[in-house]
Design a protein around this ligand. Structure first.
Ligand SMILES: [Zn+2]
Length: 123
């Protein structure tokens, strides 16, 4: 399955290029170690390119999912399981669509850079 690593440390030292941004989230890529960083509010996720694709297709499956679990604040949220049994993400549909937009844009930019071979750090 998806191997999702949640780390709180120095990988931020990589010389990354930003692929897409929103107000409080961004996707960046390190061309040297091929890690894709997804910063989304208070989450920071690191993916290999393959895991990034798996993560995105997992989210895609929920793109048209309009119902979720009721939460104490009376809003419904879609629960996404992580490979860590004890940890799940809870997104309102709106939040999920925003994250998907961020990831879609990142993927598009990454493809553009790859095609044009212009990604900073490309060898
Ligand atoms: Zn790196």
């Amino acid at each position: 399955m998806l191997s999702l690593k949640i780390r709180l440390k120095e990988e931020l030292m990589c010389k990354t290029i930003v692929l897409s941004t929103q107000e409080d989230s961004a996707v960046s890529h390190c061309p040297s170690c091929h890690v894709i960083y997804v910063w989304h509010k208070n989450l920071m996720l690191n993916f290999s390119e393959q895991d990034f694709m798996s993560f995105k297709s997992m989210l895609d499956e929920y793109r048209y999912c309009e119902s979720g679990m009721p939460f104490p604040d009376q809003r419904e949220r879609i629960l996404l399981h992580t490979p860590h049994e004890d940890i799940s993400f809870a997104f309102t549909q709106e939040e999920l669509l925003q994250l998907l937009k961020l990831l879609d844009e990142a993927l598009f930019m990454k493809e553009v850079y790859t095609l044009m071979r212009t990604e900073p750090g490309f060898r």
